[in-house]
Design a protein around this ligand. Structure first.
Ligand SMILES: [Zn+2]
Length: 252
């Protein structure tokens, strides 16, 4: 029996799957194949011969967080950068080295490149309703950090989140949502359980709790991410985007 068969649906059992020995060995083998230096990425990823496509994106985790928050300040104040999208087009056609990974809600009102005043090639963005770390998201974030070497992951929830509201409704009224939507509400159960205990805006409290839980999960759940954090090559933080102001509140 394979590891997947033993634990059931892998989409709902991402934590268990990640701790299975075969999966760990597979990911470690991949990591061992990855070069330490620049310019020798796996086939299909081409890097400019003289180094990374965007040298200004090579930075420490702290510098990456400062750059994100500075960009958000520009966005909130309306003083965003004027961009010529033809600049860097040729170099970015050859490769990428984003300086931060974002795990954002899919909500159309939350747009990471816009709210951090960034351009193509700067952010490695993964999105899904409820901004939780599913198995597919974990794989993408491992790629963004271990292969593309982004030094920062930000889990980005937001105020008045529809996915969070659905999760709360499912919990309170024992509602089953149609199709695959139930998957989202099931994933948010733990955050709902803790968030509703707190005083204040219940929806936003659950959104914050969801961010905190997923920051902890990303720090601890996979050998690749855990090692990068231990080596101080990666920082994982959480933020809450305020729909009314555009401000990203740093939570963790
Ligand atoms: Zn949302």
């Amino acid at each position: 029996m394979s590891n997947i068969q033993k634990i059931g649906n892998p989409a709902r059992q991402s934590n268990n799957l990640l701790f299975k020995r075969r999966s760990i060995l597979k990911t470690l083998s991949l990591a061992a194949l990855l070069p330490v230096g620049l310019g020798a990425y796996p086939s299909g990823i081409v890097i400019a011969a003289d180094g990374v496509p965007l040298p200004e994106n090579v930075m420490t985790p702290d510098a990456a967080l400062k750059r994100l928050l500075d960009g958000n300040k520009r966005y909130v104040s309306g003083k965003i950068s004027v961009r010529d999208f033809n600049v860097n087009r040729a170099i970015l056609a050859k490769g990428q080295n984003p300086y931060a990974c974002i795990l954002s809600c899919a909500d159309s009102r939350v747009a990471p490149e816009l709210c951090f005043d960034e351009s193509r090639g700067d952010l490695f963005v993964t999105r899904l309703a409820g901004n939780y770390a599913s198995l597919d998201i974990l794989a993408s974030l491992e790629y963004g950090t271990a292969v593309l070497k982004a030094p920062l992951i930000m889990v980005l929830g937001h105020t008045d989140c529809g996915a969070i509201k659905a999760g709360m409704k499912a919990d309170k009224e024992n509602v089953d949502f149609p199709g695959h939507i139930q998957t989202i509400t099931s994933e948010l159960k733990s955050a709902v359980k803790e968030g509703v205990k707190l005083p204040g805006n219940a929806t936003d409290n659950v959104a914050k709790e969801n961010v905190r839980l997923n920051v902890a999960k990303l720090k601890e759940s996979t050998p690749i991410l855990r090692q990068l954090v231990a080596d101080k090559k990666l920082m994982v933080v959480g933020g809450l985007y305020h729909l009314d102001t555009g401000k990203v509140e740093l939570l963790t």
